[in-house]
Write a protein that binds this ligand. Structure first.
Ligand code: M6R
Length: 636
């Protein structure tokens, strides 16, 4: 959940690292720090230069005068999302050995850190922070003094054998100038490489691609457990052998770096005030690309492999947060269009409940994740694989853990998503669900070629309809002023609308801090309706023709108890024909363009996302970095 970045090369490292961290700040933003090797002027290596600051990265930038106070061309940095210990200068990374000669930045969790801490304290080590990370730096320091002549890669390897949990690490040693060591286990890490052709190599390590984009498009995705040595002569990869306590150079097995095709602007704010707003506007294109990719791209064979899809008898979908909500839409679409049973589960529940899967080899498990690094979703994937269940990962981030480990992968080409609250990636996930439904329906002969073609035609018109809705922004902005002072907001709907109301409610609460709850409209009167009083805002989703009158009855029930009803609907025409004006039942109506009922969640998600964004702005909050949250949840 933290962001780590390192650079060794021919430029000043600090400004480069600070810029990289600013592109990773969505991963954590409660404190930040830097460690840089001072330029060597004597034979004695000078201790590492370190700066830390509490709060947003800007505090560190100000404190170090944009990095000018820490000169040198090799360093590591970190932006933190607190797991162990409050956000404070002491707990901020990098963590430094007692002699000031080793620095470590860490993303992840060391699960056995209490045991290691106890052991180290008994040996006389004094801890300065409450973090799990600090044990690593002390273990390294001890290993170095026990075997001073050993290669550092092998020292690091021996320390890794003591650690349990997930980590991506950047390590600096004062006595190894211009070298960074990096390592990952179950946490994301990307290695970038700049080769300027004059045998001058610069190496970069970062938690995510946006940090690398201004510097290079040439990257490596290191394997779990490998130790990477970044130097100004080249990048080497090592595997550690636990039995012989030696390292083997495995650089050859990596071959050439992968070339990224993303533009630098993909992760830039441009003229927008916030990434969230920019990414909402990018959602229609993200959906369009997802549909093109699934329907025509030969590199994405999963959705066109009829034989594979025909063998699927039931589906289990597993995810967290908004990705879980995308799965709920998928369940409704697949069950309605293909009559194939679908179970949807929250990854953190699935992995610990000793699941019973009746026909493992005929159960397709679909794991959905924007980041591809969510700890619980990755663990659920591994559990499914261990049970012999075929897995499909629907993932946005190229080269992520989930993408690497699932049997089949479908990439949602939404591009980098920087705002913590997902918008365009959620829409792309929903689009992927529809692809699965349509291709599955065809493969299982539940949909005829004609029906499938008609649905595909309708689906490909959805991005344009989403774009039309962005033009409603000024109305939504006015509405958000009215909602900004609410204490509680309810979202209601039935069927697909209920799945979407869960996403609408999550979006609003995460960026506005207003308590929001989603309810199946028909369930309200079994308890929750007692919370409705004069003026309580209720957002009603009314897009499913076969449920129209049922939902409207529920709307009338809350209205009768004083609720202020905002209705998002595709059904204005139907109602008008029946002699009923929506204004009779709702205080505010947001009309949605008509489409096939299965596809309305995509269309309706645009106004819901815009509403959440504008309520956040109206409350003078930062929608891109909501308190307590991080983009990529790599801890369970
Ligand atoms: O990267 P993932 O899609 O696996 O992330 C899952 C959730 O953490 C994520 O959707 C979260 O709920 C977002 N903050 C929602 O906007």
């Amino acid at each position: 959940m933290c962001g780590i970045m390192g650079y060794t090369g021919y430029e000043q490292a600090s400004p480069i690292i600070l810029e990289g961290l600013s592109r990773l700040e969505y991963r954590g933003y409660d404190s930040a720090g830097l460690a840089v090797q001072a330029p060597v002027k004597t034979t004695e290596p000078p201790p590492l230069q370190v700066a830390k600051a509490c709060g947003r990265l800007q505090a560190l930038i100000d404190k170090t005068r944009g990095g000018a106070d820490l000169p040198g061309s090799c360093g590591i940095g970190h932006t933190r999302w607190a797991t162990h210990g409050i956000p404070s200068k002491e707990n901020a990374h990098p963590h430094i050995s007692e002699d000031g000669c080793i620095a470590v930045v860490h993303n992840g969790i060391i699960e056995n850190h209490y045991d290691l801490r106890r052991e180290l304290i008994a040996e006389g080590v004094e801890f300065r922070s409450q973090t799990d990370t600090e044990v690593i730096v002390h273990l390294l320091s001890k290993a170095c003094s026990n075997a001073p002549e050993s290669e550092k890669a092998s020292i690091i390897g021996s320390v890794l054998t003591r650690l349990k949990g997930a980590y991506a690490l950047g390590i600096l040693f004062a006595d190894e100038p211009d070298i960074i060591y990096a390592v990952r286990r179950d946490s994301p890490l990307i290695i970038g490489c700049i080769n300027n052709g004059k045998q001058q190599i610069s190496g970069i390590m970062a938690s995510d691609i946006p940090a690398l984009l201004p510097l290079t498009r040439q990257v490596f995705y290191p394997e779990d457990g490998h130790i990477i040595k970044l130097t100004t002569q080249g990048i080497s990869f090592y595997a550690y052998n636990n039995d012989t306590h030696t390292v083997t150079n495995v650089t050859k097995s990596y071959g050439d770096p992968v070339t990224l095709t993303l533009s630098e602007n993909a992760a830039r704010l441009g003229h927008y005030k916030h990434f969230m707003r920019k990414e909402i506007e990018e959602a229609p294109q993200a959906v369009k690309r997802t549909l093109e990719s699934g329907l025509t791209d030969p590199d994405n064979p999963f959705f066109t492999d009829g034989a594979l899809l025909a063998s699927v008898q039931n589906i289990r979908m597993i995810a967290c947060g908004s990705a879980y909500h995308a799965c709920l839409v998928g369940k409704a679409a697949i069950e309605s269009l293909c009559r194939v049973p679908v179970e949807v589960e929250i990854a953190s529940e699935f992995r610990y409940r000793e699941p019973v899967i009746p026909h493992p080899s005929h159960t397709l498990t679909v794991l959905v994740s924007q980041s591809g690094e969510t700890a619980d979703t990755v663990a659920a994937l591994r559990l499914c694989k261990s049970m012999g269940i075929p897995t499909l990962g629907i993932v946005n981030v190229q080269g992520s853990t989930l993408a690497g480990e699932a049997d089949h992968v479908f990439y949602t080409p939404a591009g980098p998503e920087i705002a913590v609250a997902t918008t365009k990636a959620y829409c792309a996930q929903v689009a992927a669900m529809y692809l699965l439904a349509l291709q599955l329906g065809r493969a299982k002969k539940v949909l005829s070629a004609d029906e499938q073609e008609k649905l595909i035609r309708e689906l490909t018109s959805v991005p344009e309809k989403m774009e039309q809705l962005i033009s409603l922004e000024s109305d939504l902005c006015r509405l958000s002023q009215e909602l900004a002072s609410a204490r509680h907001i309810f979202f209601i709907g039935r069927g697909m609308d209920h799945a979407l109301s869960m996403e609408g409610s999550l979006k609003l609460k995460e960026v506005s801090y207003i308590h929001a709850e989603a309810y199946a409209a028909g369930e309200l009167k079994h308890g929750t309706i007692s919370l409705i009083q004069d003026g309580t805002p209720v957002v009603a989703l009314v897009t499913q023709p076969h449920l129209l009158h049922k939902t409207l009855s529920n709307v009338a029930e809350v209205k009768a108890r004083g609720a202020y009803v905002i209705c998002l609907t595709t059904a204005e025409n139907i109602l008008r024909e029946g002699g009923l004006a929506l204004s009779d039942v709702a205080d505010r109506v947001i009309p949605l363009p008509a489409t096939h009922p299965c596809f309305t969640p995509l269309i309706a998600s645009v106004p819901l996302q815009l509403l959440a964004y504008h309520v956040s702005v109206a409350r003078t909050l930062d929608p891109d970095k909501p308190r307590n949250l991080a983009k990529s949840v790599t801890v369970e």
